[in-house]
Ligand binder design. Structure first.
Ligand SMILES: Nc1nc2c(c(=O)[nH]1)N[C@H]1C(S)=C(S)[C@@H](COP(=O)(O)O)O[C@H]1N2
Ligand SMILES: [Mo]
Length: 392
């Protein structure tokens, strides 16, 4: 009685906009869906793992601090994160096109289990589109939504992963069938034959792979220097910027004026034996050289030569040691990245850079003093440092 009442609410025929007969292409096969799905699954897995690693840069556990080696660790993992996320966009669009006829199946649920399965697909599709779409516009520096990107991106990734795991589990037989079957083999359960002169299934996969390859190659240049000349899609060119390195936030955007770094500038070091340095005293400190990359969470990265006093030398002078918890604070009045924490082993390897690639730091790169440490997210390489707190 009751079920009948519900059934009568759902029209027996498909909605007129998407009749099943519109999806006649033989390209919409299990074999193609499984292959594109596999590539998509791999790129999602890379995004998830590298995303967790990136998140860990912001919130490390005290008993498992971020390592200082390899120095290019974050450069690699975050470069991979952005590259995998970028190529997942065309892959997802191709996948959705291949299975579109199933998405509009009518009635939407044939029973409880089927209904749950379809609900999980609805969640997977909508959260994947949201995750990839907002991630992509975020690296373009355009983010028109009021919610906090990092938190939403983080929590959404678990929803995507969970619904993906469910989807793979439910579809395992179809995936195995699809992968074991040659792409172009005719199938009985997909009885549509290829129209003369149209693209083959293999052709579709080759075209999709070529498209993904072109997108990959033209965006990877933002972290892989040899590819930079063809990095047409990269939001930033690694060597375009003052002193050969891009600028993430300019001094002006951070409200840093020449006045703030003029004669009145002081570096204060708070700790058991606190002290203060004028610009002149800073100049007299022993300087060290290191070759380290800046690797932005947005995917671009660039190696550079840095010179400046060792952070640990100042920490020791203030009564701390290599096991201190140290906070560096910027002249920047507000903003999420105006300060950062640094602990061992990165602390022992960090410089307070005064020079980049042989020149005095440009104001936009953090003059007079900026943090630079190995295997560290760009957002934590604090610029315009004015005070250091040593927490013993
Ligand atoms: N004080 C301060 N330091 C900062 C930032 C900031 O917004 N404020 N941005 C960070 C980010 S996101 C990156 S990627 C690096 C980039 O350094 P660069 O602009 O010198 O290339 O600086 C970091 N240091
Ligand atoms: Mo960044």
């Amino acid at each position: 009685m009751h079920t009948q009442g519900v059934r009568s609410l759902i029209p027996a025929n498909p909605p007129p906009l998407w009749p099943r007969e519109r999806f006649t292409s033989p390209l919409r096969s299990e074999a193609a869906a499984a292959r594109v799905g596999r590539a998509l699954g791999i790129s999602f897995a890379i995004c998830f793992v590298t995303g967790l690693l990136s998140h860990y840069q912001y919130h490390p556990w005290s008993w498992l601090p971020i390592q200082a080696a390899p120095v290019w660790g974050y450069r690699l993992t975050q470069g991979l994160h952005i590259a995998a996320g970028t190529i997942a966009i065309p892959l997802l669009l191709v996948k959705l096109w291949i299975v579109a006829h199933r998405l509009w199946e009518w009635p939407p649920a044939k029973g409880l289990l089927h209904g749950l399965e379809r609900a999980s697909i609805a969640i997977l599709v909508s959260t994947s589109l949201l995750q990839l779409g907002t991630g992509f516009v975020n690296i373009l520096g355009w983010y028109p939504w009021p919610w906090d990107f990092v938190r939403v991106h983080f929590w959404l990734s678990f929803v995507v992963l969970g619904s993906l795991a469910l989807h793979i589990a439910v579809k395992l037989p179809a995936i195995q069938r699809g992968l074991s079957r040659p792409v172009d083999a005719p199938t009985t359960d997909e009885p549509i034959t290829q129209a003369p002169g149209s693209i083959s299934r293999r052709g579709l996969l080759v075209a999709a792979a070529a498209g993904v390859g072109v997108i990959g190659v033209t965006s990877l240049g933002q972290s892989v220097s040899p590819l930079e000349p063809i990095a047409l899609l990269a939001p930033r060119k690694p060597s375009t910027g003052p002193q050969g390195v891009p600028i993430n936030k300019t001094a002006k955007q951070a409200s840093i004026t020449e006045d703030l770094v003029g004669a009145g500038y002081r570096l204060t070091v708070a700790g058991p034996s606190a002290f203060e340095l004028t610009m002149q005293q800073l100049e007299a400190l022993e300087r060290h050289d290191r070759s380290l990359p800046i690797a932005c969470v947005e995917g671009w990265s660039r190696g550079a030569q840095w010179r400046g006093p060792r952070l640990l030398d100042l920490v020791r002078q203030a009564g701390g040691d290599e096991n201190s918890r140290v906070r560096v604070i910027s002249l920047q009045p507000d903003g999420a990245y105006r300060d950062s924490w640094i602990v061992a082993p990165q602390l022992g390897e960090a410089l307070l850079a005064t020079h980049i690639n042989g020149d005095r730091l440009n104001l936009d790169h953090g003059y007079p003093l900026r943090l630079i440490a190995p295997n560290r997210a760009g957002v934590l390489q604090t610029k315009w440092i004015t005070s250091i707190e040593v927490d013993r």
